[in-house]
Write a protein that binds this ligand. Structure first.
Ligand code: JCK
Length: 273
């Protein structure tokens, strides 16, 4: 996989040299190319921003540097044998970045990221490249960042760990929470390792029991407890087919009830209709 990143803060992308992404690069599974957007400015002040049409606060990134940068990045990539580029544009108004989208991006051979600053990029840039290649405008969450670079690091890490051979063990992400698929999307329960006693705190007895069936059941119960507490939306969204008898008993115990449509909800909370 090839990654290109065009940014006014190349040093912000330094973390791509370490850890998981760095290892994928070292193995030759990933080629990362960072570009300074100001390289494609020609005035004395290397200007990349200007005032917004229509007025309002802040500045907007200009079309010309982005256009020249992306034309050259795409031309150089094709020149060196890459193909099938997609443009990934972090923006607070993008579609949510999910594990499903991480999987989709991990199947692409070439990702070009355009992390912006200020109030974002002149709309015409995205519209122009969308006529040539697939464009994904994505948001990593419902909070406001100062720019798109941190989003590129987040997306890149989520994508890189899905590349074959990047995680030592191919099974490691099979039952990730949020993984698309038929399994219930539950949060993980707690995990423990040695020592068996730490500051007076032990390990849940069942984990030392050697009863694999009981351990699996306990883990699933803990996952339910945590999910109901932290992410009730995941339970509500679940296809109830995935709940077995014991799941249903636990949900009932935790105050959840089967709704007329078969999904689960909690009485006293707003439900559609
Ligand atoms: C890219 C510039 C800063 C700040 C206008 C937005 C109401 C516009 C992101 N999950 C995410 N949060 N923020 C970003 C993100 C922020 C960016 C850029 C991504 C480029 N900024 C900025 C404020 C505004 N407000 C909400 C109005 C841009 C992602 N991915």
């Amino acid at each position: 996989m090839r990654l290109d990143v065009v940014t006014i803060f190349p040093e912000y992308l330094e973390p791509l040299n370490v850890s998981l992404v760095g290892k994928a690069r070292a193995r030759g599974q990933l080629g990362v190319h960072i570009h300074d957007l100001r390289h494609w400015t020609y005035d004395r002040h290397n200007t990349v921003d200007d005032t917004p049409y229509g007025g309002g606060p802040g500045m907007v990134m200009k079309t010309e540097p982005w256009g020249e940068a992306l034309d050259q990045v795409l031309a150089d990539g094709y020149e060196s044998g890459a193909s099938g580029p997609v443009l990934v544009v972090p923006t607070p108004s993008g579609r949510p970045f999910t594990q499903e989208l991480a999987v989709e991006l991990s199947e692409r051979p070439w990702l070009v990221f355009t992390p912006a600053r200020y109030e974002g990029i002149d709309r015409r840039v995205v519209d122009e490249y969308a006529t040539r290649i697939p464009v994904f405008e994505v948001s990593i969450g419902d909070y406001v960042l100062a720019g798109g670079e941190a989003a590129v690091l987040v997306i890149t890490e989520a994508v890189a760990r899905l590349l074959p051979g990047v995680l030592g063990n191919a099974e490691s992400h099979r039952d990730d929470s949020f993984a698309p698929g038929e399994m219930a999307n539950l949060l993980e329960g707690p995990v423990y390792t040695k020592p068996p006693r730490w500051r007076g705190r032990g390990i849940p007895e069942v984990l030392l029991s050697g009863h694999h069936g009981r351990i699996a059941r306990w883990r699933r119960d803990e996952a339910f407890r945590r999910t109901t507490l932290n992410r009730p939306d995941l339970i509500e969204r679940c296809d109830p087919e995935v709940f077995d008898r014991h799941d249903r008993a636990i949900l009932a115990e935790l105050g959840w009830r089967e709704l007329p449509d078969g999904r689960f909800g909690r009485p006293g909370r707003a439900v559609e209709e």
